[in-house]
Design a protein around this ligand. Structure first.
Ligand SMILES: Cc1cc2nc3c(=O)[nH]c(=O)nc-3n(C[C@H](O)[C@H](O)[C@H](O)COP(=O)(O)OP(=O)(O)OC[C@H]3O[C@@H](n4cnc5c(N)ncnc54)[C@H](O)[C@@H]3O)c2cc1C
Ligand code: FES
Length: 263
């Protein structure tokens, strides 16, 4: 884990209130793994005081760059969106434990809204595609207007992406778990890797339990330190699984086996 002053190489709008930020951060790019995150301080002064967590959307060891995909929701992300090329940002990372992709016959990546952010870095780094029977990518969002530009961020040759929207303006009219039920045939050993809002993750975890599919979820929580010091990012874990009732999203996760989370 490194703390660096990372220069902004590019900041570009992707959709309404969504931006792609490319930073010069060779040490972080070299150590990064799919599903890990960085803490970014939007300002060098005191307001906001605390850094904000963002998943690694993509990175290049060769170019020494990392890429963040973020939605403006408040003060910190608002300031980030106004930042310009050449400015330096304090960045700490890579942090946390990412996706475990070592054993699977077929994988299904399931994302919701801005939760697709870590799925690009993950999809690009899955072992050779022919190591799997199938790689499925299923994405859900509120509307076509919101989902189309996010789905474009996952535009990798050979990767078939299926979409669902709440209002039916793009892809299947319904939720992403409908796509899972329609697409994930029961004759395969699937591993599900998922990131999105908590209610979606809960539904994904529930469906996976029902069907016996192993499932990892990337959780979000409000974070102050990002490295296990403040204990502010605790989530409940079922009794008896060795975690004394609580897990910390920043150091035990953000990616967990769904069976380790008390939904
Ligand atoms: C491990 C991790 C990875 C993340 N990756 C991404 C990413 O790739 N792209 C992205 O856009 N966002 C991501 N987030 C969420 C992001 O950190 C928050 O949106 C950001 O901290 C908000 O900062 P702000 O100052 O703009 O908002 P604030 O002014 O602090 O708050 C505005 C609103 O956002 C809510 N909020 C604040 N922090 C979080 C949080 N951590 N999770 C959920 N809601 C929050 C607040 O409750 C409030 O309603 C991630 C969060 C975590 C924990
Ligand atoms: S954010 Fe401080 S312990 Fe997790």
């Amino acid at each position: 884990m490194k703390q660096i002053d990372a220069e902004i190489l590019k900041i570009e709008p992707v959709a309404k209130d969504i931006f792609r930020l490319t930073l010069k951060a060779p040490d972080i790019a070299e150590a990064a793994a799919p599903g890990q995150f960085v803490m970014i301080r939007p300002v060098s002064g005191f307001d906001p005081l605390l850094p904000r967590p963002f998943s690694l959307h993509d990175w290049s060891e060769k170019q020494g760059t990392i890429v963040i995909l973020f939605r403006v929701v408040g003060k910190g992300t608002g300031i980030l969106a106004q930042s310009r090329h050449g400015r330096k940002l304090q960045v700490v990372g890579p942090l946390g434990k990412g996706f475990d992709i070592t054993s699977a016959e077929s994988v299904c990546l399931v994302g919701g809204g801005i939760g697709i952010a870590p799925l690009l870095g993950l999809a690009k780094r899955l072992p050779e595609a022919d190591a799997y029977n199938e790689i499925a990518v299923l994405l859900g969002g509120a509307s076509g207007e919101e989902l189309a530009p996010l789905a474009e961020c996952l535009d990798i040759p050979g990767l078939a992406v299926r979409l669902a929207t709440d209002d039916g303006t793009l892809g299947h009219h319904g939720v992403v778990t409908d796509l899972m039920e329609n697409h994930m045939t029961r004759d395969r050993d699937w591993l599900v890797l998922s990131c999105g809002p908590m209610p979606m993750l809960k539904a994904v975890a529930h469906l996976c339990r029902k069907n016996g599919w192993p499932c990892q979820v990337s959780l979000e929580s409000v974070m102050a330190c990002g490295m296990g010091v403040c204990l502010g990012c605790a989530v409940k874990s079922p009794a008896g699984n060795g975690h004394e009732g609580y897990l910390h999203v920043c150091k035990d996760g953000p990616v967990f086996w769904e069976s380790d989370v008390a939904w």
